[in-house]
Design a protein around this ligand. Structure first.
Ligand SMILES: [Zn+2]
Length: 272
């Protein structure tokens, strides 16, 4: 089994919004802001291949937005970087057999669509789309606070594909026993974190529970999180268990680090 970090289009978002109640004096050391106070964020997918199948965790933001919206989210490249990154490892989007989606916010699922210029149509014609039941429910009926993070047209195309696999428990019948799911509600209800077993220990796609290394520190949350206190509690519960099992976290939004082991310092604080 092999794990590849597959880079998608980067985005630039307001640094204060990404770090919740942490002061700029603190977060600007971790993520240097530009003159508009924005920080660079990766939208990285995790590709897991073995002799049986090719599975992608998420698809990044992509380029389905019209150019003026791209500019708003700091997506500077018009090419669909995820497709180029797949080509770098010898794959086309048609070769992917499953895509695990933690939730359907556009910076995690927008890359399922072709670019705006090519009609924003659903790519990955041979993949099933693995989505948690509550994340799917939320995407179909968002709250006013996060409605702008969803793409109704994407939801429609996923439904029409006939290849949605809605997950009720903590396994996918298609992916089998090597994969299991953790669930979290602090960022958005029903966020589904995929864990895959590897020879070097478990790897957890940390999605927006832990978008990058600075957020491994338990008190650090995002302004975008629906329920920050709950998210802190969820990290405080999950990280000790992952640390004890020698697990690594895969980061979608960290611009520099794709994967790192969960560590604990002598004061009991977690870092990666
Ligand atoms: Zn999100």
């Amino acid at each position: 089994m092999k794990i590849h970090a597959v880079e998608g289009n980067q985005q630039r978002l307001d640094g204060g919004a990404m770090y919740g109640n942490a002061p700029r004096a603190l977060w600007s050391r971790w993520s240097p802001p530009d003159e508009q106070n924005r920080i660079t964020l990766a939208c990285r997918a995790m590709l897991v291949t073995d002799d049986r199948r090719r599975v992608l965790c998420e698809a990044g933001i992509g380029t389905f937005f019209a150019p003026e919206h791209r500019a708003r989210y700091g997506v500077t490249e018009s090419r669909h970087v995820l497709l180029d990154s797949l080509a770098d490892v010898g794959l086309r989007h048609e070769d992917i057999e499953a895509i695990v989606l933690s939730h359907l916010h556009f910076d995690h699922a927008g890359g399922l669509l072709s670019s705006h210029e090519e009609g924003a149509r659903l790519l990955f014609p041979n993949a099933r789309f693995v989505v948690g039941a509550r994340a799917w429910e939320r995407a179909r009926a968002p709250h006013a606070r996060d409605r702008a993070s969803f793409v109704p047209e994407l939801n429609r195309q996923l439904e029409d594909s006939g290849r949605l696999e809605i997950i009720q428990g903590d396994h996918s019948p298609f992916l089998g026993e090597a994969w299991r799911f953790h669930f979290s509600d602090g960022h958005t209800p029903g966020l589904m974190l995929a864990e895959v077993a590897s020879d070097a220990g478990p790897v957890v796609f940390a999605s927006d529970l832990v978008p990058g290394r600075p957020w491994v520190h338990v008190p650090i949350t995002m302004g975008y999180d629906r329920f920050p206190e709950q998210l802190v509690d969820e990290k405080a519960h999950l990280l000790p268990a992952l640390h004890a099992r020698g697990a690594r976290l895969f980061f979608t939004h960290d611009p520099e680090t794709a994967m790192a082991a969960v560590q604990r310092d002598d004061r009991g604080r977690y870092f990666a």
